[in-house]
Ligand binder design. Structure first.
Ligand SMILES: Cc1ncc(COP(=O)(O)O)c(C=O)c1O
Length: 346
C-alpha cells in the first residue's frame, strides 16, 4: 500500500480491481484494422454520450488536441484560445512542431473563463492583419483557472460568435464530466455547441489510459488517418478500452465526492493560511494555494509536504492539488494535518 497522499494530478489514480479484471479478460482485435470490439464499443458509447456521429479512442488528451489542431488549422494559421489553455500553453510546442499552428491568446478576466464578447473581438476582421484564424478552442473545466466551469449558455453564445465568423469550435473537455457534475447537464449539452470535442478517461473518471475525440464522421475519419500517421495505431487497445468503459460507467457518478474533498481541502487551507485560497473558488477537483504571503515559496512548501508524505505540484508559482478516486475524505484530513505540521517547520 502506498501511504503517500498524491495530489499532483487526477491522472495518478490506480485502476480499480474491476478495471484490472476487465482488462485481463477483454475481448480484443487489431485496432489498426478497426476490429477491436472493445475499442469499438467504447467509441460507440462516447459518440452516444457526446451526441456526435463518431468518436475515436486515443492514448492521450494531448493527442486528441493535436489531431484536432492539425485537422482544423492550416500551417501558419491561428487558433484562438484562452491565454493559459492547455493546448495553447503546455502543448504549444507540439502544435508548432507537428502542425505549424500558432495561437491568438485571449486572457480571461477571471479563472480562465472566456466570454462570447472576448471571442468576438478575437475574431473581428482587421483589414491590416494578414493572419488567418481557423479555430476557436475552449477548455472546460479550465485547469489553470482552478477547475472552473464554463456554463452551457455561455458556450452556446461563444459558438454563435464563432459560427457567425465561419470558424469551427473545438472543446478540450479533458474534465468535461467534472463540469457536467457541477452544471447539472449532460456532456451532449456542451457537445452540441462544438464541432468536435475530447474528454479524458484517465483523469477524474479513473481509467489508467486513454482519451476520446468525438465529432462528425468526416472529422473522425481524418482523425483516424492522423492517429495512424502519428504512430498511434495501438493494436489490441481493447485491453485499455475495457478499463475506459468502466470509467465511463462508474466515474461520472462519483465526481461530486472529489469536488467535496477539494472544497474541504480549500476550507482547511483558508483557515491555516488566510488569503491563500477562497473555497468558493473551488467548484470542482482542483485547488490552487497562493502561498506568497507565507514567507516561503511554493517550492519550499512542496518539499516540506513531500517530507510529510503529501505530493503536490507547482503551476505559475502556486501550489496545485487535485482530488481523485485515490483520495478519500480521511486522506484530505491527513493532507491538512501535513500542511499544519509543515507550517510549523523551521
Ligand atoms: C485541460 C487539459 N487538456 C489536455 C490535457 C492533456 O491530457 P493528457 O495528459 O492525457 O495528454 C490535460 C492534461 O493535464 C489537461 O489538463
Amino acid at each position: 500500500m502506498d501511504a503517500r497522499i498524491d495530489l499532483r494530478s487526477d491522472t495518478v489514480s490506480q485502476p480499480s480491481e474491476r478495471m484490472r479484471h476487465a482488462m485481463a479478460t477483454a475481448e480484443v482485435g487489431d485496432d489498426w484494422y478497426g476490429d477491436d470490439p472493445t475499442v469499438n464499443l467504447l467509441q460507440d458509447r462516447a459518440a452516444e454520450l457526446t451526441g456526435k456521429e463518431a468518436a475515436i479512442y486515443l492514448p492521450t488528451g494531448t493527442m486528441c488536441n493535436q489531431i484536432a489542431l492539425h485537422a482544423y488549422v492550416g500551417s501558419g494559421h491561428l487558433a484562438v484560445c484562452e491565454a493559459s489553455a492547455h493546448l495553447g500553453g503546455t502543448e504549444a510546442s507540439s502544435a508548432a512542431a507537428l502542425s505549424g499552428v500558432a495561437f491568438r491568446y485571449v486572457p480571461a478576466a477571471s479563472r480562465g473563463l472566456l466570454t462570447a464578447e472576448q471571442v468576438g473581438v478575437a475574431l473581428a476582421p482587421d483589414p491590416y492583419d494578414a493572419s488567418v484564424v481557423d479555430l476557436v478552442a475552449l477548455e472546460n473545466t479550465h485547469q489553470v483557472g482552478g477547475g472552473s466551469v464554463l456554463g452551457v449558455a455561455e458556450t452556446g453564445r461563444i459558438a454563435a460568435v464563432a459560427t457567425a465568423a465561419g470558424v469551427p469550435l473545438y472543446l478540450d473537455g479533458a474534465r468535461i464530466f467534472n463540469a457536467c457534475a457541477v452544471a447539472g447537464v449532460a456532456v451532449a449539452d456542451y457537445a452540441r455547441h462544438a464541432d468536435s470535442m475530447m474528454f479524458c478517461l484517465s483523469k477524474g473518471l479513473g481509467a489508467p489510459i486513454g482519451s476520446v475525440l468525438a465529432g462528425d464522421a468526416a472529422f473522425i475519419r481524418e482523425a483516424r488517418r492522423l492517429k495512424i500517421l502519428l504512430g498511434g495505431a495501438w493494436r489490441q487497445a481493447g485491453i485499455m478500452a475495457a478499463a475506459g468503459l468502466i470509467a465511463l460507467a462508474e466515474g461520472p457518478g462519483r465526481l461530486p465526492e472529489d469536488h467535496a474533498n477539494a472544497r474541504a481541502l480549500a476550507a482547511g487551507l483558508a483557515e491555516l493560511l488566510p488569503g491563500s485560497v477562497d473555497p468558493a473558488d473551488v467548484p470542482t477537483n482542483i485547488v490552487f494555494a497562493d502561498v506568497s504571503g507565507t514567507g516561503r515559496d511554493a517550492a519550499r512548501w512542496r518539499e516540506l509536504l513531500a517530507e510529510e508524505g503529501v505530493l503536490v505540484t507547482i503551476i505559475g508559482g502556486r501550489v496545485r492539488m487535485l482530488t481523485h478516486v485515490g483520495v478519500t475524505a480521511a486522506g484530505i484530513s491527513a493532507a491538512l494535518d501535513a500542511w499544519r505540521r509543515a507550517a510549523k517547520a523551521p
